[in-house]
Ligand binder design. Structure first.
Ligand SMILES: [Zn+2]
Length: 108
């Protein structure tokens, strides 16, 4: 298997891992099948849930889970609306969607 990108993940209140996908402009939610406490800082390879056909995460990514909880960072980015999500699925990247894709998760 070839190398996959490494991304930052954040634990939500249910113990799932949230990954900001700037290509889909949404938080992907993952249940990581690791038993016991979540391996903070350890890379776990999981498949992306991407519906953006130009996403580099289609073959998965390695997730490094941050010590910061998702609730502390989730508001720092704006997700696509339903209409925008449908446009992304059809590879119709409007200027507004392109702008949304430049967002990065703030660790402040
Ligand atoms: Zn995605």
């Amino acid at each position: 298997m070839h190398e996959v990108p490494t991304v930052q993940g954040f634990l939500d209140e249910e113990g799932r891992v949230r990954v900001w996908c700037r290509w889909c402009v949404e938080w992907h939610r993952h249940t990581v099948a690791d038993p016991g406490p979540h391996p903070l800082g350890r890379g776990v390879r999981i498949m992306g849930h991407c519906h953006a056909k130009d996403s580099p995460y289609l073959d998965g990514y390695r997730v490094l889970t941050s010590a910061r909880p998702w609730r502390a960072v989730r508001g720092s980015v704006r997700e696509a609306s339903r209409a925008q999500a449908r446009a992304i699925e059809r590879s119709l990247i409007t200027p507004r969607i392109a702008e949304l894709r430049t967002q990065i998760v703030s660790m402040q």
